[in-house]
Design a protein around this ligand. Structure first.
Ligand code: ADP
Ligand code: MG
Length: 266
């Protein structure tokens, strides 16, 4: 069971405003992320999910609030942003692979250019990671020659190339069909369990959360509507937005009239 002392990232009252405060993308978000968590933020489009995720590695500079990273407020202290981002691999909905580079070149680019890892060592590590995601035999292919699921596997392997402790996934399965989604979720779970990588998943899909997450924060209109264990939030959603996302849409509307009591089984 997680305890307060294995909180590794503590987001406190985080606000991010755009256009001179006209757009409030985040308005007082507080959430603790614990070592080894697979935690999700779910919410409708435009609710602030991506801004939240991008704030964690300072791709967005927060307007106010704090992000304690192993106890150090990264919004205040002079942090080494490169080092921070190295610890936080990112995976995106549309994979973001370089189209004119092979899979292996996509994998070795950051380690060679950013970490100054020699070519041989970077290639060896890349092949190891490609083996982990089941694509070692596609090292010389170009992204266009791979399916969506394969591209996402490469993107995940690439995110692991800097040996991050955290993986930030922004709608990583939203462009994939249901079967491929399942296999990517299994891969993420495996990475969490075997490498101990803490994973933050942003999604608008309930099935993603059901599959791999222990905790979920429901974000609505730039605020956290509720947060808790997935089983609690799913069985007893309290906020209107969580109810709307989790419960099937008005099944009672299509049912014949009923004089007795109607029960919903969860
Ligand atoms: P989500 O990922 O939940 O769809 P976002 O975090 O992308 O939501 O966006 C939250 C709000 O902030 C939206 O209203 C969006 O238009 C706005 N927003 C996001 N990024 C910027 C930006 N760079 N400039 C201005 N507004 C932005
Ligand atoms: Mg988004």
């Amino acid at each position: 069971m997680a305890t307060a002392d294995n909180v590794i990232i503590s987001v406190q009252n985080l606000c991010k405003y755009f256009k001179k405060d006209a757009i409030r993308a985040l308005d007082g978000i507080s959430v603790d992320i614990r070592q080894g968590d697979v935690i999700a933020a779910i919410g409708p489009s435009g609710s602030g999910k991506s801004t939240f995720l991008r704030s964690l590695n300072l791709l967005e500079t927060p307007t106010s609030g704090s992000i304690l990273f192993h106890g150090v407020d990264i919004t205040q202290k002079k942090v080494n942003i490169d080092q921070l981002r190295r610890k936080m691999g990112m995976v995106f909905q549309h994979f973001n692979l370089f189209p004119h580079r092979t899979i292996l070149q996509n994998m070795t680019l950051a380690p060679e250019k950013v970490l100054r890892v020699p070519h041989e060592a970077a290639s060896e590590k890349a092949l190891q990671l490609l083996r982990r995601v089941g694509l070692e035999d596609r090292a010389d292919a170009y992204p266009i020659q791979l399916s969506g699921g394969q591209k996402q596997r490469v993107a995940i392997a690439r995110a692991l190339a800097t040996r991050p402790k955290y993986l930030l996934c922004d709608e990583a399965t939203s462009a994939l069909d249901p079967n491929t989604t399942q296999s990517i979720l299994r891969l993420l779970k495996q990475i969490n369990q075997t490498l101990g990588v803490t994973i933050v998943v942003i999604t608008h899909e309930m099935r993603v959360i059901e599959q791999i997450c222990q905790r979920v924060a429901v974000i609505d209109q730039s605020c956290i509507a509720e947060i808790g264990n997935v089983s609690d939030v799913f069985t007893h959603p309290k906020s209107d937005i969580a109810k709307a996302l989790i419960l099937p849409k008005s099944p009672a509307e299509n049912l014949p009239p009923c004089t007795g009591k109607r029960l919903r089984l969860v």
